[in-house]
Every structure is written in C-alpha cells, then in structure tokens.
Design a protein around this ligand. Structure first.
Ligand code: PEP
Length: 650
C-alpha cells in the first residue's frame, strides 16, 4: 500500500506538470553533462511516459494486477532510483530531486531515506508477490489498467501539456499575491520570488515594483525563450495586445532572450508590445507554456492561459472590470478534485464493487454445487456425471478422480483415431464416474480433437518443448499443443527423464510454458528399482517435486495433477501393492501440505501409474490417497481402459 500510494502520487503530480518534469530531466542531464545530446522532444516524451509508468505501476500494486511482473518492474525502478538519489544526496548536483514535482519538495537526504524505505518495501513485494490480495478478478484487470492509462495519459498529462497544469503548485498560481511575496523578499524575508524581476530591454530600467504595484490590470506575455516559442497563435496574441491598448491595460512581453531573438520575433509576428528581461528559470516557473499569458491585478495573478487556449475574440469586447475574464476562474482545486473523484475514482470503485459482488455470487454458487456434489456422491456412488473432464469441471477445488491414458509411441494416425472414436462412443453410452483423459502422440492431437467429446474425455500431449518457439527443429511447443485443442500435457515421465535427459530444470521450464498456455500438467514422479531397494523413494519424489513444481505459486500448483509412477513398475507387469502405493501417496500429500498447506494438499489429485490394470485398479483406487491412475499399456485397447475407468464404479 505504501509503494502503491507513493507511485500513484508521484506519477500523478508528474503527469499534472509534464513540462516541469521535462525541466527536471533536463537538470539531471545537465548535471551529467549530457543535456546537449538529448533533444527536447525526447525529454518531454520521457517525462510523459515516466509519469504514466509510475502511475500505472501504482494502480497495479493497489489492485494487485500482474503481481509477479509488476513486483519485478517496481524492484528494478527502485534499484535504479535509490543509488541515483544516493549520488544526489552526496554530490548535491540538483537541490530538489523532483520526485513529487512541485507538490511536495523534499531535500536530497529526505529523498534518499524515502527511497531506502521504498526499496525495502519493493524487495518484500518482489519476494512474496502473491501475498498481495487481489482487489479485482483477473478477467477484469485489463479494464483497470487501460482506464488508468487513458486517464493519466490523455486526461491529465496531454491535457495539462496542451492547456496548463490542472493543479498549480508553484508560487505563481492563480490567486498568488506576487506583490506581497516580492515585498517580503525585498524586506529580506524568506520568499520564493527572489529571482523575480522585470527589466525593460530598451533602457534597462527595473519596473518590477511598478508592475506589481499597479492597482489595475496588467497583461504579461511570458516567453522564456523566444527562439523556441510557438508562434502559431500570433494573431490571437496580437489581438489581446490590441485589446489591452484599446482599454489602457499595460502589456509586456517577459523573456530571457536577447535583442536578436526579440527582433526576429517582432519581424515574424508583427509584435508591437514592449519587451522586458526576466530570469529564464523564473519564467519557466511562472507559466508552463512558451509563450503563455498572465493577467495581474493589484499584483495578484488573476488568470493564466496557455498559447493553445488564449481568450477568444468574443471575450475581448468589454473592459476587464465588467467581464468574466477579469475575475479569478471559479473552477477551484476542490472542484477539480471532485471531477477526478467522479470520473476516475468512482468508476473504479464501482467496477471493483461489481466485480467483488460477481465473485461472491460465483463463490456462493460453487459452494452450493460442492455441497450438492458431495451429497450426490454420498447417496449414489454410481451417479452419472454429465461433465467429467476435470478441466471443465470447475465446480469445486475438491480433488478430482482421474483415469488418464498414456499412449506413448504407439499406433499410427488411423489406428489412433479408431481407438479414440471407439472410446468416445463407449463412454458416451456409459458415462464414466471420473475424469478421463487420453494423452496421445502429437500428430494425433488435432485429428482426435475434432470429434472427441471433451466434456467426457480430455485430450492431452505426452510432452512439450522447454522453449517458447524458434529454431528448435523437431520440437513441439506448448502453444502448438494448445492450438490443436488439447488441454493436458504429461511432463516428467520417467522415460523422458531417462532417454531424453530431461532434468528438473528443463521440466521446470516446460511446466511454466505449459501453464502459460493454459495446459493442465500431469507431472510424473517416481523412483527406480535401485532407489526403492535403497529405501530412497521418499527422498527421490521429494527432490523431483522440489526441482520442478514446488517453485510454483499456490494458485499455479493447484492446477497440477501429480502422477506417482515407480519406474520399476512401468511396463514391467510389476505393480506396487496398494499398501506400498498408498504409503508413498500419503507421503507426497504430506510434503505438499508442508509446502502449500493442508487445504492445497487435500485438493491435489495424485494418480498412480505402473502396470495398472482393470484387475488391480479397484484395490488401488480404494486407497484414500490414490485418486486414479496414469495408464500406459492398458490404455491402448478401449475395453482394457474402460475396465480401469469402471473401477471408480465399483
Ligand atoms: C506409464 O508409462 O505411464 C505407465 C503407467 O505405463 P504402464 O501402465 O504400461 O505401466
């Protein structure tokens, strides 16, 4: 929350004043001796993007959106900013770091300590990103991010750039009494107007006092550098000048430019108004527009206009004393804050409430269905489940009963299709009492997906690549598997570990890629004969889980199905006894509980694999920690496989 609030505030105040942020970036570049190499357009773009980035990161932290990515980006930002502010504090090349624009000015040491605290917070968030509670469900997060991005970029930053900062934190804001402030400075008191002076260019006379003490209206056209000033609105500027002459209001152009630039400006714009010199940094502080127009009365700032929004012709038809133009605008800071609350904060609050309400009703429905399901299974063990594919059956987190087939490198395409069709028809006619999945060679997937009734039988691959895409001849990526219509993938099968040297690190990558592509992973673990004889089975399965899937956050681990397959039992005809299997299944569940808590362990499906047949399946499946089987040889004939599936009906 501290990080979120700081990022939001810092991004917002920078976006409110993009030119101020640009000047600050320029100050940094000057301190580094790089200012002459970076064009203004680049620093201005960087200012807008920096403000938007900070604001959006803050919003993401607040709503806990893309937690892992955001926490990394925030850590990188803080890891760069903290040493930078250490340099600022030690070398003092710039007196105010500008992290909160003009809204909150901190000393360099204060900024450093602030960043140390934020860096610690960023490390904590990065270490445990998933502990941030989500304010909005994943499916609606894009609305928050896009709405915030549009708001900060267009409504705040670009609008402030086109007109003027919507909130003015500088000493020259509307309503500021320059006369009093200047007088205090003259009396030797602390005042922000130290560098404010107005010096006529023709005779060098200082007319600051005269201008500030004028009891009537005075127009000040402010152009820090005439060479870079925008002359596209010169007619409107000249029009205001003519108006000031008609009604007898003094009009001065304040600039830091020299005589040649002034002459060029006069020639190109036909300017007839008098020019005065003022400090350029002061002029940039007075108004964030080059040129911009200021109206003073009695030394008080009455109005400010950017060159893009000068007063229209019709407003210049009567004296300022009788016109709205001569009064301070009524849109106070409070009304602007109210506007932001109404158009930015309120929609997000309403969206969050609607989202939470929706999530809550879904949770209630889930709970209801869960209790109905458990009632049904209590009352009728043989009840028919209309949607047995566990991936479709989101009704509860309760662990699913699954029988999955692993065809390995068997059957050509025609035979595979025939087997899948037969199984499909059989299970449609006699609905299974568990989830059924068939994992086939890659080339079968797309064809089988066409006709398989995936509400009854899920389809999966037997492997996928550990790379996303690219020059990896012969490999098949998780995305490709997903694009066939498959929903599952077996990873970590002992045959792949042994014959294709798949290490825990490779499998870790595969799991991440499979999950990134929304594939449900059936992750195989199991010990060899020698390891069993040495009594090392627990150690082996624990290391296999730790090496590849215990790195996952809880929400991703919950999507994994574990398959315990003792290597010595695979395809050998040797089966672990139901007691042996139950013992290690219970152990696996206990280490899941240690890692993720009992609730996750209770919800994790753990399959047994290794010479499982219709004859031994009922005894195995009757054990409390065995939730079904991963079946090799016996999945190659519809009748054999059906016999195992029916073990759940016994
Ligand atoms: C397997 O390879 O996943 C497997 C369990 O094979 P089988 O059933 O043939 O032992």
């Amino acid at each position: 929350m501290v990080l979120a609030a700081t990022f939001i505030l810092s991004g917002f105040v920078k976006a409110v004043d993009p030119l101020g942020t640009q000047y600050k970036i320029h100050d940094y570049l000057t301190a580094l001796g790089l200012a002459q190499f970076v064009p203004d357009l680049l620093t201005l773009t960087a200012a807008v993007l920096l403000a938007a980035l900070e604001f959006i990161l803050g919003i993401c932290l607040l709503f806990a959106i893309r937690r892992r990515l955001v926490s990394k980006v925030v850590l990188v930002v803080m890891a760069v900013m903290t040493p930078l502010t250490l340099w600022l504090a030690l070398a003092d090349p710039i007196h105010d770091c500008g992290c909160f624009g003009d809204a909150l000015v901190l000393t360099n040491w204060q900024t450093l300590w602030k960043n140390v605290v934020l860096l610690c917070a960023a490390v904590i968030v990065w270490k445990a990103p998933t502990l941030q509670p989500r304010l909005i469900s994943e499916s609606n997060q894009w609305i928050v991010v896009n709405y915030s991005a549009l708001f900060i970029l267009f409504v705040i930053a670009l609008r402030s750039l086109y007109t003027l900062p919507q909130f003015d934190f500088r000493p020259y804001h509307i309503g500021a009494n320059l006369r009093e402030g200047w007088q205090r400075m003259m009396d030797g008191e602390d005042s922000p107007y130290t560098d404010f002076f107005i010096e006529r260019t023709d005779d060098g006379e200082d007319i600051t006092e005269q201008v500030l003490n004028d009891g009537g209206y005075t127009f000040l056209l402010v152009a820090p550098h005439l060479e870079q000033a925008d002359d596209s609105q010169l007619d409107e500027i000249n029009q205001v000048y003519e108006y000031s002459q008609d009604y007898g209001y003094p009009f001065y152009c304040l600039t830091a430019s020299t005589g040649r630039a002034i002459t060029r400006w006069q020639e190109t714009t036909g300017a007839e108004y008098p020019f005065c010199n003022t400090d350029d940094i002061t002029l940039k502080t007075v108004i964030r527009s080059n040129p911009g127009l200021l109206l003073l009365k009695d030394g008080i700032v009455i109005r400010k206009w950017s060159h893009n929004a000068l007063p229209p012709e019709e407003a210049l038809s009567k004296p300022l004393e009788d016109s709205e133009l001569g009064k301070q605008p009524s849109d106070s800071a409070t009304s602007k804050i109210l506007w932001i609350l109404t158009w930015f904060v309120l929609p997000l609050v309403l969206l969050t409430l609607a989202d939470r309400l929706w999530a809550w009703t879904r949770w209630i429905r889930k709970k209801k269905r869960k209790s109905e399901n458990s009632e049904n299974s209590d009352h009728s063990e043989n009840s028919e489940n209309s949607d047995n594919n566990p991936i479709n059956n989101n009704s509860s987190n309760m662990r699913k009963k699954i029988v999955a087939g692993n065809w390995k490198m068997n059957m050509n395409l025609q035979d595979g299709i025939a087997l899948a069709k037969e199984l499909n028809e059989t299970l449609k006619a006699d609905k299974p009492n568990c989830g059924v999945v068939i994992c086939t060679p890659f080339i079968h997937l797309a064809s089988i997906a066409q006709f398989l009734d995936q509400d009854i039988i899920g389809l999966g691959a037997e492997n996928c690549a550990d790379k996303e895409k690219g020059a990896f001849t012969g490999e098949v990526s998780a995305e490709m598997v997903k694009s066939t219509g498959a929903q599952y993938v077996i990873l970590g099968h002992s045959e792949r570990r042994e014959y294709y040297n798949e290490t825990p690190e490779i499998l870790k990558e595969k799991v991440l890629l499979a999950q990134k592509n929304d594939l449900k992973v059936i992750f195989c673990i199991g010990e060899s004969k020698a390891e069993r004889e040495a009594g090392k089975q627990n150690e082996v399965v624990k290391a296999e889980l730790e090496g590849s899937v215990f790195n996952l956050p809880e929400e991703d681990f919950r999507k994994i199905v574990i398959a315990y397959e003792p290597i010595w039992a695979i395809g050998t005809g040797l089966t672990a006894t139901a007691e042996q299997a139950e013992e290690i299944h219970a152990y696996i569940r206990s280490i899941i509980a240690e890692k993720y808590g009992q609730a996750v362990a209770d919800d994790t499906t753990i399959l047994y694999g290794g010479s499982c047949k219709a004859s031994n399946a009922p005894e195995l499946f009757a054990k409390p920690d065995i939730d079904g089987g991963l079946i090799g040889g016996a999945s190659l004939k519809a009748a054999d496989f059906k016999g195992i599936i029916d073990a759940w009906k016994k």
